[in-house]
Design a protein around this ligand. Structure first.
Ligand SMILES: [Zn+2]
Length: 311
């Protein structure tokens, strides 16, 4: 599989929308969604002569090598490498000297800078499509830019604020106006379980909702039947939440989450949530649990979030 899943050029001027999939190689749903989306966009003007797209789209695979081997990554997680100094060094390095996943990151960034240059875009939107190992990881991650929160909200999945301060080096950290040279707004979408066919449909819906939110298509264009899946899922969940607590797991410690916790489930202060090295881990406050860790690997046991009413 090539890094470029597709490109699309609208008939009118507009922003550059970069959509990445398989930043983690074991997340094929986003790739399938983008593949289908580019096909839908090719057909749209045929069936709908009034269709207008404003600007350009570039769809990219993040980690091609890992994607081809169906692994999260080969040597390192490329969604934890986007520190400004590291990327700067990467951009000036001799390409043949790059090792491990570094050539993947370099190619992603080279493609995006080249596309900005070529399209002369005056604004950049970045949408990262991800999926998770668990069944119910469906949410959006916004940066602290107001427009990012608004776009994430329009995706129709719960929006998590304040997650970026607990993680370093994600694409959301790097894709800013300072680093990209033009106004830049980034959002990430987690579309559900890695190999669930419905995750593909959720990713398609998320992309179309983003295109509507940033007004590169009119709301009545591009059929969006899959949006119903997101709307139904999110109906009983908070629209915007903020991270209030994270339980860090250090290396060489044993972690066992109590069974049955689901994302956005209410927990009470003092409730026993897990065992850490055989000792009880109690919830430090009331809140909603997010990303309870049931798999063997991971450095975050769980997050607590609370609903944000005004955002
Ligand atoms: Zn991912």
């Amino acid at each position: 599989m090539n890094r470029i899943i597709g490109k699309y050029k609208g008939s009118e001027e507009g922003p550059l929308l970069v959509i990445t999939a398989a930043m983690h190689g074991n997340e094929p749903a986003g790739v399938k969604a983008l593949d289908l989306l580019f096909k839908m966009l090719e057909v749209e003007p045929v069936t709908n002569p009034d269709f207008v797209y404003k600007g350009e789209i570039l769809g990219l695979i993040g980690n091609v090598q890992a994607y081809n081997s169906e692994k999260r990554f080969i040597f390192k997680d490329i969604n934890r490498c986007w520190n400004v100094d590291f990327i700067k060094a990467l951009l000036t390095a001799e390409e043949s000297s790059l090792q491990n996943e570094d050539h993947e990151i370099r190619q992603v960034i080279d493609h995006i800078y080249a596309e900005i240059e070529m399209t002369k875009a005056r604004k950049l939107y970045l949408l990262n499509l991800h999926t998770t190992s668990s069944d119910n990881g469906i949410f959006c991650i916004a940066t602290d830019i107001k427009e990012s929160i608004r776009i994430a909200h329009d995706i129709h999945a719960p929006v998590i604020l304040g997650l970026m301060k607990d993680i370093e080096g994600t694409t959301l950290h790097y894709f800013t106006e300072t680093n990209m040279g033009i106004p830049t707004v980034a959002v990430a979408f987690e579309g559900g379980q890695h190999n669930d066919p419905i995750s593909v449909r959720r990713c398609i819906a998320a992309v179309i909702n983003v295109m509507r939110a940033i007004e590169v298509i009119s709301p009545e264009h591009v059929e969006n039947q899959h949006d119903r899946i997101l709307q139904e899922y999110s109906a009983s969940l908070p629209e915007v939440v903020e991270v209030i607590y994270k339980f860090p797991i250090e290396d060489n410690h044993t972690w066992q989450m109590k069974p049955g916790y689901k994302n956005f489930q209410k927990v009470k202060k003092g409730e026993v949530l897990a065992m850490y090295d055989g000792k009880e881990v109690c919830s430090p406050s009331e809140g909603l649990i997010l990303m309870p860790l049931y798999q063997a690997q991971g450095s975050d046991g769980f997050f607590l979030v609370k609903e944000v009413i005004e955002w």
